[in-house]
Design a protein around this ligand. Structure first.
Ligand SMILES: C[S@@+](CC[C@H](N)C(=O)[O-])C[C@H]1O[C@@H](n2cnc3c(N)ncnc32)[C@H](O)[C@@H]1O
Length: 212
């Protein structure tokens, strides 16, 4: 399958490789099914949430998974999903697959919280006279970003970003995955007690919760 922006995608991996990978990951994930509630933290990086299954493609967390190949869990067995600053590291087709997988594995009434950088805010900053006035540029030694064009190119291409979302796009893709109920929420805030205070990055400025 050709990807619309010609970016690397899981669809380019041979089917036999995918089949053996999926079989192995289902076996590895089985250990977590006996201890409900099941909470998945996708693309955890170095962040470890106690009581959650921390998942990343890199070695070290509770479960090492390449999320481009979906979630190796049965239907309707997951209570909560949280992911911060991960979805933009997937191309659109892989991101759509992951959203559909999240819908499949969540129990009815289960909730997913998704936090990403907001493309609308990035574009606003690009166009603003004070575009440089951003905490992450100052705090993380990005002083080589010396023009608005360098800023926006970095946002799209830096950190292995593959696809950025604004609220409309994120809502649409989640709706296409099956989530009818999409709510934008503030950083750290949730009506669900287990989803409060999870964000670790000030630049996570587009956060939604979806309920299956
Ligand atoms: C910017 S880091 C965010 C880490 C953490 N959530 C945080 O906010 O500090 C993105 C993470 O997504 C992970 N990631 C990217 N693509 C992935 C994939 N296909 N499957 C699993 N994890 C992936 C990376 O390994 C990395 O740890």
């Amino acid at each position: 399958m050709a990807y619309e922006l010609n970016l690397p995608t899981a669809a380019s991996v041979p089917q036999e490789t995918v089949a053996s990978y999926v079989t192995a990951t289902y076996a590895a994930a089985r250990q977590f099914l006996d201890n409900p509630p099941l909470r998945l933290h996708l693309g955890c990086g170095t962040v470890r949430l106690p009581g959650w299954v921390n998942i990343d493609v890199d070695d070290g967390p509770d479960l090492q998974l390449d999320l481009r190949f979906g979630l190796p869990f049965p239907d309707a067995c997951v209570d909560l999903i949280h992911t911060e600053h991960m979805l933009e590291h997937m191309c659109l087709s892989d991101g759509k697959l992951l959203m559909a997988e999240a819908y499949r594995v969540l129990r009815p009434g289960g909730t997913m919280r998704v936090g990403v950088p907001d493309l609308q805010r990035i574009v606003q900053r690009y166009a603003a006279p004070d575009w440089r006035d951003q905490a992450w540029i100052k705090d993380r030694n990005f002083d080589w970003i010396d023009t608005p064009v360098a800023l926006i190119n970095t946002s799209f291409r830096g950190w292995e970003h593959l696809y950025l979302y604004d609220e409309t796009e994120l809502r649409l893709r989640l709706w296409q995955a099956g989530f009818a109920d999409v709510r934008r929420v503030a950083s750290g805030e949730s009506s669900h007690p287990d989803l409060k205070g999870l964000e670790t990055r000030p630049e996570t400025d587009l956060i939604v919760e979806v309920v299956k």
